[in-house]
Structures are given as C-alpha cells and as structure tokens.
Design a protein around this ligand. Structure first.
Ligand SMILES: Nc1nc2c(c(=O)[nH]1)N[C@H]1C(S)=C(S)[C@@H](COP(=O)(O)O)O[C@H]1N2
Ligand SMILES: [Mo]
Length: 203
C-alpha cells in the first residue's frame, strides 16, 4: 500500500495508469495549453463575424454569430495532440458539430477546406469531420474561447494532429478534389494521424 502510493508520487504524471494507451507515439503529456499560431491573432468583432459553407453545395449557408449560437450545441471532452509533440488530455469544449452544420446541405464534397481569418487553411477528408468527429468550438473550459486559442470559434478535430484544428475559422469549403492547406503545403503530412505518427510528408 505505502509503496504503491510513494512510487506513484515519484514516478509522476506521465506514468499515471489512467493515461496508458492515450499517448500517441513520440508525444509527451502536458498540463499547459501552449499557443501556436503562424501569424498574429486576428481580432474580428462579433458583429462582423459569420460562418459560411461554400464550394460544391446546392446552396451556400451563412450564420451570423447570433444564429450560430442558436444552433444545437454539444459539450465534449477530448485529448489533443500537437505535431510539436505535446499532448493535452481531457480538454473540455463546447461547440456545434459539423454534422449539425451540414444538416440539409446537399453537397458532393469529398474534402473540407477550412478557411480562417488571417489566411490559414487546412484540408480534411469529409469522413474525418462527420459522424461526431469534429466541431466548430466556441467554448473552452467553461468560458468563451480566448482569441489566442482561436476565438470566437475554431475547428476542432481531436483525432488528427492539432494543426488540423483551424483557429478563427470563418468558412468551410466543400470540394471534390483535395487541396493541401497551409502546413500541408509546407511539408507536413496531408492527413496527420497522431497514432501513425504522420507528422511530415512521407511518414
Ligand atoms: N488559423 C490558424 N489555425 C491554427 C494555427 C494557425 O497558425 N492559424 N496553428 C495550428 C497549430 S500548428 C496548432 S498546434 C494549433 C494550436 O492551437 P492552440 O494555439 O490553441 O494551442 O492550432 C492550429 N490551428
Ligand atoms: Mo501544431
């Protein structure tokens, strides 16, 4: 009993048995929430903010901030994994699932391209953002999502490396032909599965 208690204390968090199997290869767990942005934090005021669905769709969609917040929302707790090797367990979010946003949208897109304030883009197969796998999140840890972490709203796709979770997202474009986004063009993996360690092209 005493021994178990002591050794657990000395081994530290990374050996917490609850976390076994939750850390993808080459990652370490952190309690911090690092900020990683390729440019300055855009500050779009809420009255000018909108979210649009465009591309190969029968009819485009657009929500103002107010309309977006009136959509059915979900809270969810997930682990996130950054390609720079930090993982953060049990992050708690609130957002609107992509399934909800695509409800009743007739489209023939096989890929979703996320477009952000500031010009950042990222590409995802449609199967990876539907069936409860992705959200546009506006809340984190019980508060509204801070601008440095992508507020007012960001894409959240926790099963892929965190660069796929586009901050300050404004437009979801549905396309039939894949188009590499910002990091994908710069040599990062096109898909980015942390469990396969798909960090860079060729991994
Ligand atoms: N618009 C935008 N989204 C982005 C980025 C960015 O530079 N711009 N960086 C990506 C990367 S590489 C990571 S790891 C996460 C970091 O999110 P965080 O700053 O909330 O930790 O956002 C992703 N989404
Ligand atoms: Mo990242």
């Amino acid at each position: 009993m005493a021994e178990g208690f002591i050794s657990r204390g000395f081994r530290g968090r990374r050996r917490d048995p609850d976390l076994d199997g939750r850390l993808p290869p080459g990652q370490y767990a952190t309690r911090d929430f690092p900020v990683l942005s390729a440019g300055p934090t855009p500050r779009t005021s809420i009255d000018r903010w909108d979210l649009r669905i465009t591309g190969e769709v029968e009819q485009e969609r657009r929500w103002t901030w107010e309309e977006f917040l009136a959509l059915p929302r979900e809270t969810f707790t997930v682990d996130i994994h950054c390609v720079t090797k930090w993982s953060k367990f049990d992050t708690a979010w609130e957002g609107v699932s992509i399934d909800t946003l695509l409800e009743g949208v007739d489209h023939c897109g096989s890929y979703l391209i996320a477009h952000c304030d500031g010009g950042y883009t990222t590409n995802l197969p449609i199967e990876d953002v539907t069936d409860g796998k992705a959200w546009v999140a506006f809340g984190y840890d019980g508060e509204s999502l801070g601008p440095e972490h992508g507020g007012p709203a960001r894409l959240l796709v926790p099963h892929l490396y965190f660069w796929k979770s586009a901050k300050w997202v404004r437009r979801l474009e549905l396309v039939s032909d894949d188009q590499p986004g910002f990091w994908e063009e710069l040599g990062y993996h096109n898909y980015g599965d942390p469990w396969q360690e798909q960090r860079y092209q060729g991994d």
